[in-house]
Design a binder for this molecule. Structure first.
Ligand SMILES: [Zn+2]
Length: 270
């Protein structure tokens, strides 16, 4: 059940653990709009639907599917929205992993409203909701989730506290399981605020396409021990993951649109 936050994910059909309300309507079945309409017809009142929309706070397109991936240590939901074509190229965008770097969440929310025909686009707006609530880089255990992945993990303390062992953190395990399931052709992790594309081991054509369209300078930089990106680029060969380091502050509407175009430009390169 959904209240067993730490339970390993099971995938496919009704095995998804969807959150309440609209999420269960959308999350439990195939993403086809007709199916959703069928479910919606079974809902007794419009008021119920509206209350669910209000709770979820998501204005996703009819073809979107919301999935509750799990919960943070403090019980906050960690959700993904899948849009586009389920048989398309799998692409993952994570809006926020460091809780005091929230600029990418706006971009993630904009991506949720798309319906790209040839992409199976998964968007995780916020992987670290406890960190966002506390305005801290780390999660509620004081761990930097981007040092908690199983590639060259080593004990680190202070701002880069890496946890007691690889994948010790619930939030990191959630991302790890999702990535192993999806095997995204491309994963973009939004960070702040270095104002550059941190390229470290992915396909340079794809990284450079994102840099060109986004306007973020392209920089080949070292792979970081225990980072999600290093783990992906080394363990899932043939796929690309990189960090898009936004400038400081919240991106405005024009900037969000530019980053959305950059995501799509990168995602369409094979
Ligand atoms: Zn960061």
């Amino acid at each position: 059940m959904c209240d067993r936050f730490d339970r390993p994910l099971r995938w496919g059909g009704d095995e998804f653990c969807a959150s309440s309300g609209l999420a269960s309507v959308i999350g439990g079945g195939p993403a086809h709009p007709v199916t959703i309409l069928h479910h919606l017809r079974s809902v007794r009142t419009l008021a119920f639907v509206m209350s669910v929309v209000a709770v979820c706070g998501v204005a996703a397109p009819a073809s979107a599917r919301m999935v509750l991936l799990g919960r943070s240590w403090q019980g906050r939901p960690i959700e993904a929205v899948e849009v586009g074509n389920r048989s398309g190229t799998p692409v993952l965008v994570v809006g926020c992993i460091h809780g005091n770097e929230t600029g990418g969440i706006r971009i993630a929310r904009a991506l949720e409203r798309l319906s790209p025909r040839d992409l199976d686009l998964w968007v995780v707006p916020d992987l670290n909701p406890d960190g966002v609530a506390a305005d801290t880089r780390q999660n509620a255990h004081g761990v930097d989730l981007n040092r908690n992945f199983p590639w060259h993990w080593r004990p680190l303390s202070g701002v880069y506290e890496s946890g007691p062992r690889p994948l010790s953190e619930r939030e990191a395990r959630i991302a790890h399981a999702l990535i192993l399931r999806l095997r995204p052709h491309l994963t973009i992790w939004f960070h702040q605020h270095l104002d550059l594309v941190w390229a470290s081991g992915g396909d340079r054509r794809i990284e450079k396409a994102f840099a060109r369209v986004s306007g973020l300078p392209y920089h080949p930089l070292p792979q970081l021990d225990g980072s999600a990106i290093a783990w992906q680029n080394n363990r899932l060969r043939g796929t690309t993951a990189f960090a898009a380091e936004l400038p400081a502050g919240e991106p405005g509407r024009v900037a969000v649109a530019r980053y959305v175009r950059a995501v799509l430009a990168a995602a369409h390169l094979r």
